[in-house]
Design a protein around this ligand. Structure first.
Ligand code: SPV
Ligand code: MG
Length: 537
């Protein structure tokens, strides 16, 4: 049943129905969750939560925006307190059309003059609308609605203005005759006498709605007996929120501590629940492409780099300045440029100067008589890598697209191999040449290629490329890598072993080491010339 019909049903119900005030989307949802079958969009509390008076200080479109959030946040109908209709019959017609468009099921308009004031502020001094003029507004509203079930409740302020029962009855009759779906009869007395007197005369001519804010101590049984249709609890969610907020603000200010409050206030997860965070999570699973979270990075930078001589007397190679900053800062920037922010560095030689901010550090204090594999073993063993890890060296610069390639292939152990090994500045140095299951092919670049062997002394005819010193270890591949590393680490002869020994061991034991062919776009800083070249890289 749509919301307008739901509201009509409540008005017509033989039971005494109760609806609850709300002043924004959150409070409307709270009212619905408590079990209320409709919500009152109170003029008093909507204006108050905006920090202004209930005197039409908020424009009607500002009120409309709030009530739209309320309607969106609920599955039960909302009745807006439309004050005097924000103008004459013409404004009321526009109001009704806009309310229907925004999913509001009903509006209540009162027979006072614009700008109105709240009925509990010197009510007797407030002028009432001319009856005929107000009847014209009611007719205009009923003519404007597109949905037959939209409800117009006409509010009689005769008692508020001190005009007595006869005036109240005269107005109620006229408004019903003009087409109102219900009468809201208001009273500011602390007893329900005016309301009950009206009910005795009115009988069941049409549904009557009341707002017992001032005569709050009357048991609702009395209303039931007198044939009232609907009770509005008109401002109590905002009032309870005000008390709670005043209390919380005072305690926070006085104690400068959250400890006492924590148990007394709603949890942050309760906020998320009320906002519907879980539904969004489900929707994300349905509609978003599966997102692979960024892996972490592990940079092996424990060795001095003797070949750079005096440049590395007081710092390791990774901290040698290249252009405006250390090599390691360039490497970290490359990682960060592809969204890899979680970067761990294994340091050893002059570790105290390896101290760039926002990096994690693991120490290999045996750097002098161990090889890279020992650093890798320490680094990998230092923590979990739930999204996998890219391992690289503290002296290898690479462009970010290399990382993107590795992650695209992504599900295993992946290494980038440079097909332009013959032009490489590294020729003649200690190079890791690679032999693969397939050579690079322009036409078959999609076929998976696996590492067969990596070594510096491959016969030229067997060389398919040069390893760039990076490895991506996916979460799936991590257990096999850890196991192989542990085994190798336990053998004393591997104390000075390098990373290729591990890759070879994995490949030869049948573990797939995927190869991604690339060309150029990396730099291994192994000489003073390289340091100069790196500045322009
Ligand atoms: C409101 O809640 O804004 C009302 C009811 O109009 S009363 O404040 O009692 O006038
Ligand atoms: Mg009001």
């Amino acid at each position: 049943m749509n919301k307008t019909k739901q509201f009509r049903k409540l008005l017509a119900s033989a039971e005494l129905e109760f609806i609850c005030e709300a002043h924004n989307g959150l409070s409307a949802r709270i009212a619905e969750e408590a079990g209320f079958r409709a919500v009152w969009g109170s003029g008093l509390t909507i204006s108050a939560q905006l920090g202004v008076r209930d005197s039409n200080e908020a424009s009607w479109t500002q009120v409309m925006d709030v009530v739209e959030f309320m309607a969106d946040a609920t599955t039960v109908p909302v009745m807006l307190d439309g004050d005097t209709g924000y103008g004459n019959f013409n404004n009321v017609q526009r109001l009704v059309r806009k309310l229907e468009q925004r999913g509001v099921a009903a509006v209540c308009i009162e027979d006072k003059l614009f700008p109105k004031t709240n009925s509990f502020i010197a009510g007797e001094r407030q002028a009432l609308a001319d009856i005929d003029e107000f009847c014209g507004k009611i007719k205009a509203a009923k003519d404007a609605q597109q949905d037959d079930a939209f409800s117009l409740v006409a509010r009689v302020e005769a008692f508020i203005a001190g005009r007595g029962l006869d005036e109240a009855l005269r107005r109620a009759e006229a408004y019903q005759a003009a087409g109102a779906d219900a009468i809201l009869m208001h009273s500011a007395l602390s007893v329900p006498d005016e309301i009950l007197a009206f009910m005795r005369e009115w009988g069941d001519r049409c549904p009557v709605v009341i707002v017992p804010t001032k005569y709050y101590s009357t048991p609702v049984e009395v209303y039931r007996e007198h044939g009232v249709s609907m009770v509005i609890w008109a401002n109590h969610l905002l009032r309870s929120a005000i008390s709670a907020m005043q209390d919380t603000a005072r305690v926070l200010h006085e104690t400068q501590s959250l400890a006492k409050l924590e148990q007394q206030v709603a949890s942050v997860s309760e906020i998320f629940r009320l906002q519907g965070a879980q539904a969004l999570e489900e929707a994300e699973r349905r509609y978003l492409p599966e997102s692979r979270s960024a892996p972490a990075a592990l940079v092996l930078a424990a060795s001095r780099g003797d070949e750079l001589r005096e440049l590395t007397e007081d710092k390791p190679k990774a901290m040698v300045r290249v252009g405006d900053r250390p090599l390691l800062a360039h490497i970290a920037a490359s990682y960060r440029s592809t969204g890899i922010d979680d970067i761990t560095v294994v340091r050893g030689y002059r570790k105290e100067v390896v101290n760039l901010p926002d990096l994690h550090y693991v120490d290999n204090d045996d750097y002098a008589d161990t090889g890279e594999l020992h650093s890798l073993w320490k680094g990998l063993g230092s923590r979990d890598w739930p999204n996998g890890v890219v391992v690289s060296y503290g002296d290898v610069l690479f462009r970010k697209y290399v990382l993107e390639y590795l992650r695209e292939v992504g599900d295993e152990l992946v290494i980038p191999v440079d097909t332009r090994w013959q032009d490489s500045v590294n020729r003649g140095r200690d190079v890791d040449y690679v032999n693969c299951s397939l050579p690079y092919s322009r036409t078959h670049y999609n076929r998976p290629v696996l590492l067969r062997k990596m070594t510096g002394d491959l016969p030229e005819g067997d060389i398919h490329g040069e390893w760039m010193g990076l490895v991506y270890i996916s979460p799936n591949a991590l257990p096999a890598v850890r196991a192989a590393l542990d085994e190798m680490h336990a053998e004393p002869r591997n104390r000075k072993a390098k990373v290729p020994a591990l890759l070879n061991r994995l490949a030869s034991s049948g573990h797939a080491v995927r190869v991604v062919y690339t060309s150029g776009n990396w730099l291994d800083v192994d000489s003073l010339d390289d340091v100069v070249n790196a500045a322009g890289f």
